[in-house]
Design a protein around this ligand. Structure first.
Ligand code: HEC
Length: 135
């Protein structure tokens, strides 16, 4: 437990302070989860969404995160899927990232509170959903 708290604090501090490298995906090239998005999810979300006590029962570990999000219902707002391919506004993930939520906080949470990701990063999630949320 103490180790887990320490991990969350360290990961939160590192990502809040340094950010991550956001891939540049040329126009016309569809954004895919494995190639473009998963590295960002791993950097920003894994401190809380691992198989060991996952927050909101959401596991975003490599190889698992895609199936946990695409087409699966949110536990907070069960009428919404976490990711609805082609429909950002109908995707609870987008609402969490855009801080447009009534339940819980916007994502990601960090030690300095809930932060909104830099535009280039959040735009990539939106583009991924618009492009059909490809694996
Ligand atoms: C510091 C811990 C922490 C980090 C980092 C974090 N989350 Fe969360 N997440 C939570 C907690 C706690 C909840 C439940 C309470 C809430 O929504 O605020 C949650 C809930 C969620 C939910 C709602 C799940 C559902 O079924 O309704 C989604 C989606 C989500 N997180 C996505 C993400 C994504 C994507 C990232 C990375 C960009 C991320 N989270 C980073 C702690 C975290």
């Amino acid at each position: 437990m103490i180790l887990r708290v320490a991990l969350v604090v360290i990961a939160g501090l590192v990502t809040a302070c340094t950010g991550v490298e956001v891939p540049v995906v040329p126009e016309g090239v569809p954004v895919t989860y494995a190639e473009h998005l998963e590295p960002l999810v791993i950097a920003r979300c894994l401190s809380c969404h691992t198989t060991e006590e996952p927050e909101a029962q959401l596991v975003l570990e490599p190889g698992i995160g895609y199936g946990e999000m695409v087409g699966r219902a949110s536990i907070q707002v069960p009428e919404l899927p976490i990711v609805a391919p082609g429909d950002p506004e109908g995707s609870y993930l987008w609402r969490k990232l855009n801080h447009d939520v009534e339940i819980g906080r916007g994502m990601p949470r960090t030690v300095v509170g809930s932060i909104r990701l830099p535009d280039e990063e959040i735009d990539l999630y939106r583009r991924w959903i618009e492009d059909g949320a490809l694996p």
